[in-house]
Design a binder for this molecule. Structure first.
Ligand code: SF4
Ligand code: SF4
Length: 168
């Protein structure tokens, strides 16, 4: 009987496991401009990310295949992050000693631009604090998920995948 992948047993995918499935962008590419990285390891029939990409950077021969991004073709438009129903696409950009992570944000309240927020890892544990750089609110009444970009310490670039707004 084949071994069940760790991400299925634990309910989230760690970066080490992810980058055995898809390539990791090079540091040079991560510094050049934002790059989209799919964290979508299951072969499910789904392809809106491939359909919306304006540069055909996402390859997926059939909707059951895994999305793989040609990082050189990605222009960092974030459309894949906005459309992914599985909240599985993120964008990463290294800027100096920080990383800017673009992610979907379904929780309330929506943070404001410039606000300091609590950074959460893939299991929802607090790993530090960061600052929100941009907010794209979108129309919740249509079921659209807002997306935000958060600046985090660069060593947390592959850990932070959500934030919590804490207002006293
Ligand atoms: S960010 Fe834009 S260009 Fe890059 S993979 Fe996503 S949709 Fe394509
Ligand atoms: S849209 Fe999201 S869930 Fe669907 S294949 Fe693309 S990355 Fe995976």
């Amino acid at each position: 009987m084949p071994e069940i992948p760790k991400y299925l047993r634990e309910g989230y995918i760690a970066p080490e496991e992810l980058f055995k499935i898809i390539p990791k962008p090079s540091e040079e590419r991560l510094r050049a401009r934002p790059v989209a990285v799919p964290e979508c390891p299951q072969e499910i029939p789904c392809a809106p990310c491939r359909e919306i990409c304006p540069t055909n950077a996402i390859s997926m021969p059939t909707p059951n295949d895994l999305p793989v991004v040609d990082y050189d073709k990605c222009i960092g438009c974030s459309l894949c992050v906005q459309i992914c129903p599985g909240l599985a696409f993120f964008m990463v950009h290294y800027v100096g000693d920080k990383a800017r992570i673009t992610m979907p944000h379904e929780l309330l309240p929506l943070p404001e631009r410039g606000e300091e927020v609590v950074l959460l890892n893939r299991v929802g544990e607090k790993v530090g604090r960061g600052r929100v750089v941009t907010v794209v609110p979108r129309e919740r009444t249509k079921g659209d998920t807002p997306i935000i970009t958060v600046e985090v310490p660069i060593e947390l670039a592959w850990d932070v995948r959500a934030v919590r707004v804490v207002r006293e």
